[in-house]
Design a protein around this ligand. Structure first.
Ligand code: AMP
Length: 217
């Protein structure tokens, strides 16, 4: 099963993606995580991406598309995957269609995680992530057992540099302008499955799983 997960930054799509990855044994491809890995390793790609990410802007399409194409060629994608954070605009969606058609493959469903902006702002500015394994925590709602230390791998848990109120507001605006139109793009194909994450991720995941079943997946 090949999935895309769409939703505003901080809507909880990362958490939903992690659950779906486990349930359906999928490779989890997060473009944000791939960029952050490159930044940490100080690669030329990371250096270029950082300047855009710090402003809450999108990294240029050509760089992003090439990175995803490389990742999709990895053998772990043969069992199915979930794309998290890609595509983020129509140009990327069209490029994805093209690269999948060339392989005789396609996207089976697009998971759309909904969440209100005020809830997102609260959750994202209190979010903390593990530098080593990427696990996500929250100082208010899901604190680590030992402050600053990851429960999963013992790595350092920090605030992402783009999780401050100004950059979050900018990222939400970028999302509305560039990414929201993808809902119509995929709706026309009848492959959208929705979950609402305003209350809790369990309810959200249940409706997503029911929606996938309805699509015969
Ligand atoms: P995320 O972790 O998905 O919130 O992504 C963090 C940042 O990485 C975004 O604000 C963008 O700057 C960049 N980014 C992630 N995915 C993409 C993409 N598909 N296209 C362009 N930029 C991206």
């Amino acid at each position: 099963m090949n999935l895309i997960i769409l939703g505003a930054p901080g809507s909880g799509k990362g958490t939903s993606a992690t659950v779906l990855r486990e349930t359906y044994s999928l490779a989890h491809i997060s473009t944000g995580d791939l960029f952050r890995y490159n930044i940490k390793e100080n690669t030329p790609l990371g250096i270029e991406a950082k300047s855009y990410m710090d402003k809450g802007a999108l990294v240029p399409d050509d760089v992003t598309i090439r990175m995803v194409e490389d990742r999709l060629n990895n053998p772990d994608c043969e069992k199915g995957y979930i794309l998290d954070g890609f595509p983020r605009n129509i140009a990327q969606a069209e490029a994805l269609d093209k690269m999948l058609a060339a392989k005789g493959s396609k996207i089976d469903a697009v998971v759309y995680v909904k969440c209100d902006d005020d809830i997102i702002m609260d959750r994202v500015t209190t979010r903390r992530v593990c530098e080593k394994c990427g696990a996500s925590f929250n100082v208010k709602y899901m604190p680590t057992k030992v402050e600053g230390i990851c429960d999963v791998c013992g790595g350092n848990v920090v605030q992402r540099s783009d999780d401050n109120p100004e950059t979050v507001a900018k990222r939400l605006e970028t999302y509305r302008i560039n990414t929201q139109p993808l809902i119509d793009f995929y709706n026309e194909r009848g492959i959208i499955v929705e979950g609402n994450n305003n209350v809790d991720s369990k309810t959200c995941i249940s409706s997503i799983e029911a929606g996938l079943k309805n699509l015969g997946l």
